[in-house]
Write a protein that binds this ligand. Sequence first.
Ligand code: ZN
Length: 387
Amino acid sequence: MKKWKVLTVITFLVVVAIIHFVVPAVLENSMNITTPHEKYAISEKARKLHQEIVVADLHTDSLLWKRDLTQWSNRGHVDVPRLQAGNVALQLFTAVTKSPAGQNYESNDGESDNITALAIAQLWPMRTWDSLAERALYQAEKLSRLADDVPEYISFVTNSTELTEVLNKRSAGKKITAAIYGIEGAHALEGELSNLDRLFTAGLRVVGLTHFFDNLLAGSLHGTSGAGLTDFGKRVVLRAMEKDMIIDVAHLSPRAVSEVLAMIDKPVVLSHGGMKGVCDTSRNLEDELMKSIVAKGGLIGIGFWDGAACDTSPIGVVKSIRYAIDMLGVDHVALGSDYDGSTEVQFDISELAVLTHTMIEQGFSEEEIRKVMGGNTIRFFLANLPK
Ligand SMILES: [Zn+2]
């Protein structure tokens, strides 16, 4: 081979290696951050209680990143070994399919998209490069493959019977986590109701209607219109109800949240967020709207990042939880971390016992801790997943 040919091949291989190994790591390290901290001191009482209770979290975007989730990683917030270290019985995995450049909480349009570059940089299949539906399907496949790779640790749960099986295995001492699949923004349907059926078949059970921009279904909390549900949005909600799916109102405009609540009797989830009364950011909803969500049986996941909790320390997050319990009642408050969602947090999922510890320190009752740490979420999914 001529010298220039050898050089070309070597250059090509180096570029591929950089794209494959370096870019995803650099990207994720800059997006999903755990603030450096000393190891948290956990009391013996808290350690024991945390191992005994059922722990659940309503939101992680781990499927978006190029990382082997079967291995304990030094980047991001969630993987299988860390789910086990956190004693997590149920984790909702959500798929992000489009995210605007310059994303913010106040005002975004849907013209630009950062996920296209991310999909290419992470060498996702070409079918995902120009299709939001394919991106959602691909992330469902990733979760499905994960469950196939480590079936003793992850069960891709799509109905209440499968969830009960996981809980029974855990009662028998097995370290298995129920993984439920959701989407963050139903622009992933690309305007086709049939794509909801395709995604249901792929395991979709929790449908977030919008993400950071107004889409074909509704106005976003961070869009430009503040609009309610469109006709297509209403059709998607009704179809989701026919299929016994769950609506996620996180990121939805207040008007659209009210319209969803008026349309359906089934309880909704707000998978990750916070309350304006304790943390006044434009990411959070007014307390009154949160009350109307729980008045219909809804479940609120309290987030661990600054946009949701303002103070992201364990004490700060627990303060948000206390406020939510006092406002909404203990049966409607849950954990909604937003791990791996381009967030900075002060504890990753392996360190969740710090919340149990802090709640004990702050005088929470054992019943409150059990319910918020996972009891409410388990009850909600047992009642609202397809049978
Ligand atoms: Zn989100």
